[in-house]
Design a protein around this ligand. Structure first.
Ligand code: HEM
Length: 152
């Protein structure tokens, strides 16, 4: 009887140890990830529903995450860059232009960077599109959703 109780205590202890070991993987956030660079999958959702936006195919995957002092910056590459005249993300209540990190004119791509408060919350964003050849312009709200479990 005594040894059964001892065994169950040991099992419980191991379960806790396992849980703590797995915690950083299951809840990737700045609090549990060490400073450094990571990659993360993400998807661009429509403004009003958790479904993939047309904009998704213009955002290359994965994103690069840069963690420093508990803060997260995400870098994403936009293709057909010349069509995307503006890309802003919500940052502390204000839509701010994502910072251009690099531009590859011949590939028509640019890599931009923005702050991310939490990998589990969506990042509201605004995109302006101009395709002169077909006279298409659009100003849209979109939302970036990171897959915290994909961070590596
Ligand atoms: C030749 C290029 C493109 C064409 C012909 C095109 C066409 C369209 C059309 C017909 C709609 C639906 C009508 C509307 O909601 O106003 C739409 C919606 C939308 N487009 Fe474009 N588009 C183009 C490029 C882009 C690009 C480069 C982006 C962004 C990076 C973009 C982002 C969106 C968004 C966010 C919507 C709103 C619906 C959603 O979120 O799926 N489009 N587009």
């Amino acid at each position: 009887m005594k040894s059964t109780r001892f065994t169950s205590h040991i099992c419980l202890l191991f379960s806790f140890v396992l849980l703590f070991m797995l915690a950083p993987i299951s809840s990737a956030s700045a609090a549990v990830l060490a400073d450094g660079q990571y990659s993360a999958q993400y998807v661009v959702w429509k403004a009003d529903s958790n479904s993939t936006s047309t904009a998704n195919s213009y955002f290359e995957k994965p994103a690069k995450l840069i963690l420093k002092d508990g803060k997260i910056k995400a870098q994403v590459t936009l293709n057909n860059s010349s069509w995307i005249s503006s890309f802003k993300t919500l940052d502390q209540g204000v839509y701010k232009d994502a910072k251009v990190i690099s531009t590859n004119t011949s590939a028509n791509k640019r890599t931009v960077e923005f702050n991310v408060t939490s990998l589990t919350d969506v990042v509201p964003a605004k995109v302006s599109v101009t395709v002169p050849a077909i006279g298409y312009t659009g100003n849209y709200d979109i939302r970036l959703k990171f897959d915290a479990a994909s961070v590596q």
